[in-house]
Design a protein around this ligand. Structure first.
Ligand SMILES: Nc1ncnc2c1ncn2[C@@H]1O[C@H](COP(=O)(O)OP(=O)(O)OP(=O)(O)O)[C@@H](O)[C@H]1O
Length: 290
């Protein structure tokens, strides 16, 4: 795992405002790649972000601009599981979306697996995401017209390299979804839909997984199961970045980054939900993104 601080020291470390850098120590280069496909070794930081800013302007209201992400730098090693926490409106989802390539930052750079993704043309960025990135969101994870099995197989279609049927079936089985393989998303419970999203990641083995509030719509048991899988995915070499407002969920990560007013304010090891909750409270003075 890639945590730079000891698990026995749960107190947050204040980040120097000028640096705003969460650095991870070296981690063994994990092995990832589609089942049966070539093995890929990732030596560069899996996620490398520099001077990232995202300013939202409303048409005709330039004075009302909101700086949702303000000069963020971040270096996450392959195979790390990192949680991003902070008060509502502080910019967590915007940061995740900019890093994942679902939103375009106003300035700054993102390198994923050594590729300067913020410099890619939209078509190349979409191809990069199809090849290397998995998403697990609070909802809207699945294509509503596709069965659970076809949703799990979807990354192969997007990559134009179909996943082996055995890999799809094995992932469904591991998530306890064999009996629901032909169900459409609306025929599944919320927990089952999240498990399909996880089965999709398991079958396609992207190097990076971005999760935004993956447990928010679930009961405690189903949420704990999703977190167990995120821990397991990172143990298999997948780099996981998760946004959550839930201190207990964040504490399951190796490392917790605390955001306030668009900036990274502190970092701390996972493991202690109370310490995470206290660290978020300390950012309250910083308020929402400005
Ligand atoms: N498309 C948009 N247009 C204008 N402002 C936006 C847009 N998206 C987000 N914002 C603003 O950017 C700021 C950060 O929003 P963001 O959703 O990233 O926060 P968050 O920390 O994820 O919040 P929450 O925990 O409540 O989901 C907020 O002030 C929000 O109103």
């Amino acid at each position: 795992m890639a945590a730079s601080a000891s698990r026995t020291d749960p107190e947050p470390t204040q980040l120097a405002p000028a640096a705003q850098t969460a650095a991870r120590g070296p981690a063994a280069a994990p092995l990832t790649g589609p089942p049966g496909g070539p093995t890929i070794r990732h030596e560069a930081p899996a996620i490398d972000v520099a001077a990232l800013r995202r300013v939202f302007t409303l048409p005709g209201r330039r004075r009302a601009a909101v700086t949702a992400v303000d000069d963020v730098a971040l270096h996450l090693q392959a195979g790390s599981f990192t949680a991003l926490v902070g008060a509502s409106g502080c910019g967590k989802s915007t940061l995740l979306q900019c890093i994942a390539g679902l939103d375009r930052p106003t300035s700054g750079t993102v390198r994923l697996l050594g590729t300067h993704t913020t410099a890619l043309r939209p078509r190349d960025a979409a191809r990069f995401r199809a090849d290397h990135v998995g998403f697990i969101f609070q909802d809207d994870n699945l294509v509503s017209a596709l069965s659970a099995r076809d949703n799990v197989a979807l990354p192969g279609r997007l990559r134009r390299r179909p996943l082996p049927r055995t890999a799809v079936d094995a992932a469904l089985e591991r998530l306890g979804l064999t009996g629901q393989a032909r169900h459409l998303p609306h025929e599944l419970s919320g927990g089952e839909r999240q498990r399909v999203a996880i089965a999709r990641v398991l079958a396609s083995r992207p190097a990076l997984v971005f999760a935004d509030e993956p447990t928010a719509a679930l009961d405690v048991a189903a949420g704990a199961e999703v977190l167990d899988w995120l821990v397991e995915l990172s143990a298999m070499g997948t780099t996981v970045l998760m946004v959550t407002h839930d201190a207990s969920a964040a504490a399951r990560a190796d490392e917790v980054l605390v955001m306030g007013a668009g900036r990274l304010m502190s970092e701390m090891p996972g493991g202690d939900a109370d310490a995470v909750a206290r660290a978020v409270l300390l950012t309250r003075g910083a308020g929402e993104a400005r």
